[in-house]
Design a protein around this ligand. Sequence first.
Ligand code: ZN
Length: 58
Amino acid sequence: MEKEIEYRWCTYCMIKTKQEIVFLPKIPTYKRRRKYKCTICGKMTWLQGRRPSAESVY
Ligand SMILES: [Zn+2]
């Protein structure tokens, strides 16, 4: 299984960086928090997942 990568704001780098999702909740909905790890500085942050594009219809 490949690692999921998302571009998220890193509070340490102060830029949008590639962030590896290191923790996904068992029921992954956009409301639940995921743990991201910045691939630049290695800082881990808890962020809410982005709303999946599949749900943007309503
Ligand atoms: Zn960073």
